[in-house]
Write a protein that binds this ligand. Structure first.
Ligand code: MCN
Ligand code: CUM
Length: 806
């Protein structure tokens, strides 16, 4: 070996494979303003569509007169539900088994609902024309409180469902009832409660909020009438699904529909579903024969496209005096708005909410969820939610704190006592899941040691005494949160979208010179797939990540996939990428054997090539093998070096984490300052630690926003409050606390590289950490539960109600 031959370590480092803090390759264009987003798509002859929207939350639409609007120069068409009826598109199916109006058909169900679609030469003319469309409404009684949805005299929101007492998820109890979903053993749970030493019960509400991505939802539809082909560029988290849905609805054959999701400026679950804007742009392009662009503004985005949460959870825990939990009962009232349009691919109407037993070994549990209609925008599954895991984690983490308080136990100690133990994995939960792997005690202990938990508790105690003596007006809270996530939708037994099983895919082609193009069925919206997918391939086939191009989002070139949401990309597509790579490596091994004139069984893999066992000098690098695959493959073998893999995961993955928040609160102003926030995440094998850290920083910032102020509220008239950045709390660097991140690694036993998802974990674990910190601060004054969001006004009010103000 001469001095110039790189060492094994140098060869490994050159790959920038798994475990490397590789810099994000996509950021080269993003940080220079060179991303190509939907609004950058500009086609010859392109026109613009925009909506006439309802000012009322509940009203009959008695008349729509577009004649004045049509007289405005530059206005091309005005579509209403009557026009859409001609193509059977006035209503569309939702991903939750309901139907939804595309344009108001006889009535409106929430403020800003789409009433008519104006198509004009430019945005400004469209906007002017909207003012000229005359719509007559007849107001109806408004229902915004989900607790009143099933009152006997509650207004009928959905006359289209009149008399239908069977919904997509079983029997309906009332005209505003959508479903009841029950899981677990009620009898056994009742018995646990009857025999309990201690029980707690609390209504824990998770308010309505919105993911509010930087880029709103938008699309450009272009129908080529000569070829009979439709091309749609859009902000789609699941482009292939949009193609299938578009084909089913339009009857255009699927091969003649080209769906392209270009760069996306954040999705956060807001861009999974299909919206009236997409349908109207497509229909308008078919009608007019020219490309039509639709771009939401901020208010439209916040008030009409998929909101998040609005879950009202009554949690009860049964326990022994020593703190051992024996039973969990949860009832959820779920506010789905005017249509059940949850972008939920699980087979259940409340997603994976049955992970609500959390990280604790509950021997018995029972869960019931009732979904109801209200005069609010539809949605509910978005915002780093893992399909209702955010709500479930908040519910159980708040409830465990309340139990600790009742037992006069430390909340961290209560958790430690009840954690599922390492030897119990794979663990079967009382509500039906099989947790793949975990080591909760180690993670929690590391978190407590790092932050100095016992010392902080001592400091808190001293502060409480000083407060009681009147020496300070500041109180201190320590928020403990330990979450178990469930991501990787999903095994076809658990999940599908309109009947399509939720596998994902990867196609990898190695070129003669040893560079690679690879395509996946997922679609990054900022998560960094172009960087991380190349790292998996680099490690698996020994070609440097810098020589591997990753492409997603074009349905013509990418293999069919179900898209990116539910932190599923790593658990599902990540596995497909590893398996496709291994197919390539297997073929490469045969080629190398031929080149080295040995049996393939005499070869072993070493970083970036194959070497003869016991004679490492006899080796062929992957680059050499790639050339040979095209130049001189073994006799009888097909030339080329490429592979495809479609992966249907055998189970979900179960990431977890321990989050601790230290907060100082001024009771006189209600201002809460986050002194420290420590987040330990375990997402199994880590592909790119820097990207994981970025995901955690982003998710924690969103969790902070949600817990501490962000909300989509409605008044009794159904006016949506908080639908602009004047009222909707979007934290900037000024408000955002400093994040301390940490990790443990417990690989998933069923995933080819042992990886679990991480994208949503910080929101799942973060919100309870903040809320528990606020609640922990006040509990010495006798409070058990203060509802979110914890903005300064509400904290001030809570302090006042507890008699803490002078
Ligand atoms: N990763 C890793 N090692 C792991 C797990 C993940 O290096 N063990 C990396 C992945 O390779 C990927 C990123 O972390 O680059 C996130 O991976 P994963 O957890 O699989 O999640 P997805 O890629 O499926 O992303 C979806 C998730 C969801 S559901 C929401 S909502 C959310 C989130 O990602 N939306 C985001 N993070 C976001 N980040 C940005 N910038 N923009 C969004 O819209
Ligand atoms: Cu639930 S928000 Mo993400 O799944 O796109």
């Amino acid at each position: 070996m001469n001095d110039m031959t790189p060492t094994r370590e140098q060869r490994e480092a050159a790959l920038e494979g798994m475990g490397c803090k590789r810099k994000r390759v996509e950021d080269i264009r993003f940080t220079q303003g060179k991303g190509q987003y939907v609004d950058d798509v500009k086609l010859p002859g392109m026109v613009f569509g925009d909506f006439v929207r309802s000012p009322y939350a509940h009203a009959k639409v008695t008349k729509i007169d577009a004649s004045e609007a049509l007289k405005l120069p530059g206005v091309i068409a005005v579509l209403t539900a009557e026009d859409l009826k001609g193509v059977n598109l006035a209503w569309m199916p939702t991903l939750a088994g309901d139907v939804q109006m595309v344009l108001a058909d006889g009535k409106v169900l929430y403020q800003n609902q789409e009433v008519a679609f104006v198509v004009a030469e430019n945005r400004y003319i469209a906007d002017d024309a909207i003012q000229l469309v005359e719509v007559e409404y007849e107001e109806l009684p408004v229902l915004t409180d989900p607790f009143k949805s099933m009152d006997p005299d509650a207004p009928v929101l959905r006359p289209d469902l009149d008399g239908k007492m069977e919904g997509a998820h079983g029997p309906r109890k009332h005209h505003n009832h959508i479903f009841t979903w029950e899981v677990g053993d009620q009898e056994e749970t009742d018995r646990a409660f009857a025999e309990a030493d201690v029980t707690i019960k609390e209504l824990i509400s998770y308010h309505r909020t919105h993911p509010s991505p930087l880029e709103t939802c938008q699309c450009v539809a272009s129908m080529d009438k000569i070829k009979g082909e439709l091309t749609v560029w859009g902000t789609f988290q699941a482009p292939h699904v949009i193609r299938t849905v578009a084909s089913l609805l339009s009857t255009i054959p699927e091969q003649k529909i080209h769906v392209i999701a270009p760069d996306i400026g954040g999705g956060f679950g807001n861009k999974v579903g299909a919206y009236p804007g997409y349908i109207c742009a497509i229909v308008a392009s078919i009608v007019t024969g020219v490309p039509v662009k639709w771009v939401e503004d901020r208010m439209e985005n916040l008030s009409t496209t998929s909101f998040a949460r609005d879950y009202h959870m009554t949690a009860e825990i049964a326990a022994k005096n020593d703190g051992t939990v024996t039973g969990l009962k949860v009832h959820v009232l779920a506010d789905h708005g005017g249509f059940d349009a949850c972008a939920d691919p699980s087979k259940w109407p409340a997603g994976f909410f049955n992970i609500v037993t959390g990280s604790y070994d509950f021997p018995a549990a029972h869960l019931a969820v009732d979904g109801v209609y209200t005069n609010k925008a539809p949605g509910g599954v978005a915002y780093r939610c893992s399909f209702r895991v955010t709500e479930a984690a908040y519910c159980i983490e708040r409830a465990m704190d309340i139990l600790a308080q009742k037992l006069d136990m430390d909340p961290a100690d209560l958790r430690m006592k009840n954690f599922v133990k390492p030897e119990q994995f794979p663990y079967h939960s009382a509500l039906g899941w099989e947790y793949d792997s975990g080591d909760y005690h180690t993670a929690m202990q590391k978190a407590m040691d790092t932050i100095g938990y016992r010392e902080l508790r001592a400091e808190q105690k001293a502060k409480q005494e000083a407060f009681k003596r009147g020496e300070t007006r500041e109180i201190m809270g320590i928020g403990v949160s330990f979450f178990t996530e469930i991501v990787g939708a999903g095994p076809s037994k658990n999940c599908d979208i309109l009947g399509v099983a939720m596998f994902d895919s990867a196609e990898i082609r190695v070129h003669p010179t040893g560079s690679v193009i690879s395509r996946m069925g997922t679609k990054s919206q900022g998560q960094g797939h172009e960087t991380t997918w190349a790292q998996i391939i680099a490690t698996e086939i020994g070609i440097p990540a810098a020589d591997i191009m990753v492409e997603e989002g074009n349905t013509d070139t990418a293999p069919y996939g179900l898209g990116t949401y539910g932190s599923r990309s790593t658990p599902v597509a990540g596995a497909a990428i590893a398996l496709a790579s291994r197919k390539i490596r297997n073929k490469a091994q045969m080629i190398a054997a031929h080149m080295l004139e040995v049996s393939e069984y005499d070869l072993e893999w070493d970083v970036d090539g194959f070497q003869v066992k016991g004679n490492p000098q006899a080796r062929k690098s992957m680059k050499e093998i790639a050339w040979a695959a095209y130049h001189a493959p073994p006799p009888g073998m097909e030339p080329g070096l490429e592979a495809v893999s479609y992966y249907d995961p055998p189970n979900m993955t179960y990431p977890f984490g321990a989050y601790l928040c230290v907060m100082d609160i001024d009771v006189d102003t209600g201002v809460a300052k986050t002194r420290r926030f420590y987040a330990l995440d375990d997402c199994g094998t880590r592909i790119n630690p820097m990207i994981i850290e970025g995901q955690v920083h982003g998710g924690l910032t969103e969790a902070f926003a949600i817990a501490m102020g962000q909300e989509i509220r409605y008044d009794e008239m159904g006016n949506v409050l908080g639908a602009s950045f004047m009222d909707f709390f979007l934290p900037t660097a000024v408000e955002t606390p400093h994040w301390e991140t940490d990790f443990t690694v417990t690989p998933s036993p069923h995933h080819p590289i042992g990886a679990k998802g991480v994208g949503e974990s910080p929101n799942v674990g973060g919100v309870p950490a903040f809320s528990n910190a606020v609640n922990d601060a006040f509990k010495f004054l006798g409070s058990t539960h203060i509802q979110m969001p914890h903005d300064a006004w509400r904290i001030w009010q809570a302090a006042k109600d507890l008699g803490a103000h002078a």
